[in-house]
Ligand binder design. Structure first.
Ligand SMILES: Nc1nc2c(ncn2[C@@H]2O[C@H](COP(=O)(O)OP(=O)(O)OP(=O)(O)O)[C@@H](O)[C@H]2O)c(=O)[nH]1
Ligand SMILES: [Mg+2]
Length: 204
């Protein structure tokens, strides 16, 4: 059963856990530092530039934004963490929302954790991976903005990352560009394959 990613629509925003949608479908969570390209990747996967708001100024997304993907799953666009310029109270509020989301016991199927291929992972990235490794949250690592580097540079960066980061053995690794549409089909197929059993059990 193929997912029609183009059939993705805005579901709504949640400022707290009570206003999240019912957990009636697999939920894919996009996490990562502010400005890493979460909203752009959602738009690219859905092939719709107008879907999620892409920030000219980082740190704009302060709510969890939900998208309905083909009535089969949700995409949850989390607020980006570690936005240095946000006022302290604002920063704490959305870091709290992010943290709450992960410790809430809310059911989600998979986290796509995004890291800019050009930069060293931040302390928050390391913390997040440790957290997911320890708690057994399934995740894919998605390196973004690959159009900014040559193929050789991408390979070099991926080798570096594998030395620094402690990937879970089941974590799949993708290198993508939302701008140049690189790696998107692989990622779409990877999500679908990962959710296969869950999606099939919903059909029956
Ligand atoms: N070159 C390039 N730029 C990108 C790519 N993806 C995103 N960007 C740019 O990166 C900036 C941030 O993108 P967003 O998608 O808003 O990032 P975000 O992670 O949603 O940011 P927050 O909502 O602030 O957490 C924008 O200026 C995008 O145009 C990409 O694949 N290639
Ligand atoms: Mg965003």
């Amino acid at each position: 059963m193929a997912i029609q990613y183009r059939n993705t629509t805005f579901w709504g925003v949640a400022s707290d856990l009570k206003s999240c949608p019912p957990s009636d479908r697999p939920e894919i969570v996009f996490s990562g530092k502010s400005n890493v390209g979460k909203s752009s990747l959602i738009n690219a996967l859905a092939d719709n530039r107008k879907l999620a708001r892409v920030s000219a100024t980082p740190g704009k997304t302060r709510l969890v934004v939900y998208f309905n993907v083909d009535n089969k799953m949700y995409f949850a666009d989390l607020p980006g963490y570690g936005y240095a310029k946000a006022a302290k109270d604002v920063k704490e509020k959305f870091n709290k929302l992010c943290d709450e989301y992960f410790v809430s016991g809310r059911k989600f199927s998979l986290v796509l954790h995004l890291i800019d291929i050009r930069h060293d992972p931040s302390k928050d990235d390391v913390r997040m991976l440790e957290y997911m490794n320890q708690t057994g949250i399934p995740y894919f690592l998605v390196f973004t903005k690959c159009d900014k580097l040559s193929k050789a540079q991408i390979r070099k960066q991926l080798t570096e990352f594998s030395k620094i980061l402690d990937f879970h053995e089941d974590a799949r690794i993708y290198a993508v560009s939302a701008d140049k549409k690189i790696g998107l089909d692989d990622l779409r197929a990877g999500i679908e394959e990962y959710l296969k059993d869950e999606l099939e059990s919903k059909e029956n």
